[in-house]
Design a protein around this ligand. Structure first.
Ligand code: TYM
Length: 341
């Protein structure tokens, strides 16, 4: 197997640049963990623009969103000098490995991916692309190229990580040890943030209404309004009980993660008080978290030359790591390697 560049275990993750701003679900479910873990791991973070085109292509928008997503990673605390930060399409090895893995993935196996089933039902078969169908195979390639041990993601990605593990095991047992078998690093408490208007649905950029979605780059006035209008329930009691009180429990979870406090501590502070108090407190915490990220993102985007330079250098470092894995894969399956060319 190819060796990582440092003795720290390899951590890999990515987000799609498919909206003008990352949202609270991305931040709480994934990005906060990336920032926490980057010092203990040999961390690699990707802006997965090839995944983003599985649901439509708008070139200008994609260019802007790709840079903005990278800027938001850095503004939230990713250090591009310590960690590797790059754009997926700058490293052609991803698409090359995805093709090979796709030839080892069963049609039925890919058809069982729930995210594909949900999205294809929503778009209808004419608008469902082959790229959307093979999305999880490309994700497996992303992860396996870097001999990744840990993949910090929200719980919605669990099935994709399972597929990645299965493909790695299948390849290794057929062609010899080649890939590290990765594990999902999925936080227990905050792996899923729910929509503020429909607290039984995942917070998502593709929700039918924007009212339940908190975007990092939204103005503080907008986020405060959305928090104050969040759906709760009629019983008026503040306690953590996701079954009976999904709305209030979601607000408590978000509060705890953003303030770095224990859930019980926050629930105790607000026990016996009104929902309005909890929402006001949460709106302040959201503002205190997002405002510095928003300001820093704007500064980074003001110097696009420097941001582009950082991403180019990240892509060079990523390619140095990805190329030996792809070479080994080529050798194992009988393709010419770079040494043969
Ligand atoms: P994306 O862009 O859809 O989501 C990015 C990350 O945000 C998490 N997330 C949530 N977490 C908690 N609550 C929510 N409501 C919520 N919504 C989104 C997702 O779990 C994810 O961690 N397929 C990946 C992108 C990807 C990737 C990879 C990730 C492509 N290649 C390789 C890891 C490793 C995705 O879901 O992106």
């Amino acid at each position: 197997m190819t060796q990582p560049a440092t003795s720290q275990p390899v951590l890999y993750s990515g987000m799609q640049p498919s909206a003008d701003s990352l949202h609270l679900g991305n931040y709480v479910g994934a990005l906060t963990n990336w920032v926490k873990l980057q010092n203990e791991y040999d961390a690699i973070f990707c802006v997965v623009n090839q995944h983003a085109i599985t649901s439509g292509i708008d070139p200008e928008q994609l260019r802007t969103r790709t840079l903005s997503t990278a800027a938001q990673y850095i503004a939230a605390g990713i250090d591009p000098e310590k960690s590797i930060l790059y754009v997926q399409s700058d490293v052609p090895e991803h698409a090359q490995l995805a093709w090979i893995l796709g030839c080892m993935t069963g049609f039925g196996e890919a058809s069982r991916m729930t995210q594909f089933k949900d999205k294809s039902q929503r778009y209808g078969s004419d608008k469902t692309t082959v790229g959307l169908f093979t999305y999880p195979v490309l994700m497996a390639a992303d992860i396996l190229l870097y001999q990744t041990q840990q993949v910090p993601v929200g719980v919605d990605q669990k099935q994709h990580i399972e597929l990645t593990r299965n493909l790695a095991e299948r390849f290794n047992s057929r062609f010899g040890e080649t890939f590290t078998i990765p594990e999902g690093f999925i936080p227990k408490a905050n792996a899923k943030v729910y929509d503020l208007q429909d607290p039984t649905a995942k917070m998502s950029k593709s929700a039918p209404s924007e009212a339940g979605l908190l975007s990092i780059l939204d103005d503080a006035k907008v986020t405060t309004k959305k928090v104050m209008r969040a759906v709760t329930d009629a019983d008026g009691e503040i306690r953590y009980d996701p079954e009976a009180k999904p709305g209030v429990s979601n607000l408590l979870t978000i509060f705890a993660v953003l303030s770095g406090r224990e859930l019980d501590d926050v629930a105790n502070e607000y026990a016996g008080r009104g929902y309005g108090d909890l929402k006001k407190g949460l709106a302040e915490v959201v503002d205190a978290t997002f405002t510095p990220i928003r300001t820093r993102t704007a500064e980074l985007l003001d110097d696009r030359g420097e941001l582009t330079r950082l991403l180019r250098s990240g892509a060079d470092r990523a390619r140095e790591r990805a190329a030996p894995t792809l070479d080994l894969v080529h050798e194992r399956i009988g393709f010419p390697t770079r040494a043969d060319l």
